[in-house]
Design a protein around this ligand. Structure first.
Ligand SMILES: [Zn+2]
Length: 392
């Protein structure tokens, strides 16, 4: 009897996991379950002296935000009396959402070459180191730095940026200091689940990548991505790929994005984080033939910038829960609970910059904010109707 109860309990657990092929249920167990289905209460627990190990499930929440795009008004607003910069107050209202996640990822669109190289704005950006401190303090764990602005100030700014990220213990990916650095895939382990992070950009605004230093930026190249994803899969449970792609100011993914997302899903990528359009594009699932799926955030918009127009000041915190269920000899990853927190990049007279969750807005920040907030929610639900807007 004890054995039968164990087998049924295992089968219930297996049944809740959509990615496990049926063939993995032991034949003996499957037969017994059929016979016992109605006889054994579901509440039965697994006794400790079982013949095989009990499946163990752990989960982690990953969130991601869009572009950190430091135009001159943003860093002027952050200037301190001591001659440095302090961006931390701009993140105060979103910090709780980033801190509560197990892993938070941001796209640092502009390189932090530091004031020593001369700060600059569009079209060739160079940003202060201190934005790195603010991101770290606010709960960001990984920055993606393969963007069309990565080469704006050349190799020196990239090296300065990477040196700074290293000095504050921030995981970066997408631009590198050497071939060896590029080939070292970044991994983060949370709650017993290992994540790999990769990042690629469609281009560099026409600035040539030095032929002898291709590692300075990862460009979108499917054969390179496939090679990296294969290596990442061997290293980790979950592969997360950031894509700097799409057409600026388009609110839905274009065919190239859809095709690339499908290619990445086929390679085995679990989560795709998209940016560059500077406006939000909806999120979606890509289902694989074996029942597993890829979560795609096509574009997370601008998180911090001084662009103009409400759509370009809209961003958000996209999230998904990752569950790893370990069985004897194997483990299965499943994704669930997609979420989104719409944010608004408030400023007035090009100062007082602050990223505000839309649920905390009022008409002073943005006249008729409620109408816009609701339309943003509806837009993000275009493909995923059960998207949740976890807000407080
Ligand atoms: Zn961009």
């Amino acid at each position: 009897m004890k054995k039968l109860v164990i087998l049924l309990t295992l089968s219930l657990l297996l049944g809740s996991c959509s990615t496990l092929p049926e063939a993995d249920i032991p034949i003996e167990a499957a037969k017994v379950v059929k016979a016992m289905e109605t006889d054994v209460p579901k509440e039965k627990t697994i006794p400790v002296d079982i013949a095989f190990e009990k499946p163990v499930a752990t989960s982690a929440k990953l969130v991601a935000v869009g572009d950190i795009l430091l135009h001159q008004p943003v860093y002027h607003d952050a200037a301190t009396a001591q001659g440095g910069y302090d961006f931390s107050s701009m993140f105060t209202k979103v910090q709780p959402y980033l801190e509560e996640a197990d892993i938070a990822v941001a796209n640092q669109e502009t390189m932090i070459g530091g004031a020593e190289l001369g700060l600059s704005s569009y079209p060739l950006f160079n940003s202060p180191y201190e934005i790195g401190d603010a991101l770290k303090e606010t709960g960001i764990d990984v920055v993606t730095i393969a963007n069309n602005h990565t080469l704006d100030k050349g190799e020196k700014a990239i090296v300065n940026a990477i040196t700074y990220w290293d000095s504050i213990g921030m995981t970066y990916t997408g631009a590198f200091k050497s071939e060896e650095d590029r080939d070292t895939i970044r991994t983060v382990i949370e709650n017993g689940i290992s994540f790999s992070f990769l990042s690629y950009s469609y281009g560099t605004n026409g600035l040539p990548v030095p032929e002898d230093k291709p590692y300075l930026i990862n460009l979108i190249d499917l054969s390179l991505i496939k090679q990296d994803v294969e290596a990442a899969k061997a290293l980790s449970d979950v592969v997360v790929v950031s894509m700097h792609w799409g057409i600026e100011y388009e609110s839905v993914p274009n065919q190239t994005q859809l095709d690339l997302a499908n290619e990445l899903s086929t390679m085995g990528v679990d989560i795709i984080i998209g940016h560059h359009p500077h406006v939000l594009q909806p999120m979606d699932w890509i289902e694989r033939a074996d029942g597993s799926r890829t979560f795609v955030m096509y574009s997370l918009g601008n998180f911090l910038s001084s662009q103009e127009g409400v759509e370009r000041l809209t961003g958000g915190i996209g999230g998904v829960e990752i569950t790893k269920t370990a069985y004897p000899g194997k483990s299965v990853i499943s994704l669930s609970n997609p979420s989104f927190v719409p944010t608004y990049g408030y400023y007035k007279n090009k100062s007082d910059f602050e990223i505000i969750p839309m649920v905390q807005l009022n008409d002073f920040h943005l006249p008729n904010y409620l109408t816009y907030y609701e339309s943003t929610q509806n837009h993000m639900m275009t493909f995923i109707k059960d998207l949740t807007f976890h807000e407080k």
